[in-house]
Design a protein around this ligand. Structure first.
Ligand SMILES: [Fe+2]
Length: 488
């Protein structure tokens, strides 16, 4: 345990340690990992792909928020008890142009401005596709996703950028494609990919896509909902897509005038309800119709899982009391965690008969990035895994992996504190396993002591036994966003 800059903060971390995880990683590597504590399970065969901002500045000009950073893909390939690391930046049009120019040429959605003050940013509403949020492998394509634009396709072996991808004509020019795809493990006799796009204006259009394993469009339907919506993630069940429309207001004027970013122009409206929009996956909405529920205000980025039970839809989500926001003139690296609301795990039970919502806090420890066994997406399930704070109270950086047993209400925690800071865990089922928690959790941990990142493998059945293996990289990976595992 170490001292902190701010005496009111938890003593489980040093903010200067945490900050170093937001240093850029401009280098691209390709090597076998040979510095390993423990043993890589020999049955673990496949590739963990991770996405996240690799650059937090452009030629020395800091970006305003990590969400504006250029996407960098890491691939950790596991084979025969060994592991190989490779990373590449997504060569988006904006990345290539800015690297060539050696300066920021585009405004970022979360507040990055071009140098030169407001006049240099006045009326510049172009969007830079930074492809930095998620990376998936579907229908033979590796795709880097960013919710406000089309995916970028990469070579799954070399991570070289192939180019922007319209999913073989499924997306039209200008169509966005959200970064939070859900893979339904059983759409008939095959899995299918379910995703959405958001076009927020005075009213918001939500378009739902369902895509087969062969990459063909199974369903597409669009719905208009009143008001501006900032929706990052959604949840699915076999019959429904569920969206949380958080109570926010968008004031475009400072953004249009070049005074602030679009994301900074979104304000939380505390006291107004969160709307929960339930859209039947069957495009013939006459069969059920769109239902809108209301629950007290809160802000949700990520959902854990959802399922149907009798006449209810259960949704487990990470909920904040209000939108955690970086204000203009604030530096995200100086975040005082104690001044922000923690994300906490809540269960929302939507009664389809009465139209009412019951909500219950399942876990008060600060947590984010929920994940589960992929076969239980949209189905009743028992185990949820999350990134979590080391301390059970208050708001703090994620330093631990938490296992929540939703049946017994028991918890297990593996912590990397005080020097380690975790990323989203990814659950990989053990081949031929029967139990829901029989698999591995893979997470990237930034180790501030050595300014490097580790790939940590945990046993999903028992986090308390410690890591099965810690693979020390030769360098750090800046804090990432999301990732996925592709079986060999
Ligand atoms: Fe996300």
């Amino acid at each position: 345990m170490t001292q902190t800059l701010n005496s009111t903060e938890s003593l489980f971390y040093d903010r200067n340690d945490w900050k170093k995880g937001y240093l850029s990683q401009p280098n691209e590597y390709d090597y076998w990992i040979d510095d390993i504590e423990g043993e890589i399970p020999p049955e673990l065969e496949g590739t963990l792909y991770r996405n996240g901002p690799g650059l937090l500045e452009i030629n020395g000009q800091a970006i305003r928020h990590p969400f504006d950073g250029d996407g960098m893909i890491s691939a950790i390939r596991f084979t025969q008890g060994r592991a190989h690391y490779c990373n590449r930046f997504v060569r988006t049009q904006g990345y290539v142009e800015e690297q060539k120019a050696g300066k920021i040429l585009y405004r970022g959605v979360f507040g990055t401005q071009k140098p030169g003050g407001w006049l240099a940013n006045f009326l510049d509403l172009r969007i830079k596709n930074i492809a930095n949020t998620q990376v998936i492998y579907w229908a033979g394509k590796l795709l880097a996703l960013w919710e406000a634009a089309q995916p970028y396709r990469l070579d799954p072996d070399t991570l070289e950028t192939i180019g922007i991808d319209d999913l073989d004509g499924i997306l039209q020019p200008g169509d966005p494609f959200a970064a939070h795809v859900r893979i339904d493990p059983n759409c008939g006799d095959q899995p299918c990919l379910v995703n959405f796009s958001i076009k927020p204006m005075l009213s918001t259009t939500i378009t739902i896509y369902e895509i087969s394993t062969a990459g063909t469009l199974l369903k597409k339907h669009a719905h208009s909902v009143p008001g501006f919506a900032f929706i990052h993630d959604f949840a699915i069940t076999p019959n429904y897509c569920i969206f949380f429309q958080n109570p926010v207001k968008f004031n475009p004027i400072p953004y249009v005038l070049g005074l602030s970013g679009a994301g900074e122009s979104i304000n939380f409206e505390s006291g107004k309800p969160t709307k929960i929009i339930v859209i039947p996956r069957d495009s013939d909405v006459k069969k059920g119709g769109v239902k809108v529920f209301e629950t007290p205000s809160g802000f949700v980025f990520h959902h854990g899982n959802s399922y149907e039970e009798d006449n209810q839809i259960i949704v487990d989500s990470i909920c904040y009391e209000s939108l955690p926001q970086v204000r203009p003139n604030e530096d995200y690296r100086e975040t005082d965690f104690t001044l922000l609301d923690p994300g906490q795990l809540w269960r929302f039970s939507l009664n389809l008969t009465s139209g009412t919502v019951e909500r219950k806090r399942l876990e008060s420890r600060c947590c984010e990035f929920p994940t589960l066994h992929p076969n239980f997406v949209g189905r009743p399930y028992r185990y949820l895994y999350l990134g979590a704070a080391h301390s059970p109270q208050g708001n703090a950086p994620l330093q631990a992996i938490l296992k929540v047993d939703l049946n017994s209400n028991q918890r297990q925690l593996w912590s990397a504190a005080p020097k380690g800071f975790v990323s989203e865990p990814v659950f990989v089922p053990r081949p031929n396993a029967m139990a829901e928690d029989d698999g591995w959790l893979l997470t990237v941990v930034y180790d501030a002591q050595y300014h490097r990142s580790d790939i940590v493998i945990l046993d999903g059945r028992d986090l308390t036994q410690g890591a099965l293996a810690r693979l020390h990289l030769k360098h750090h990976i800046p804090y990432g966003l999301h990732g996925s595992f592709v079986k060999a």
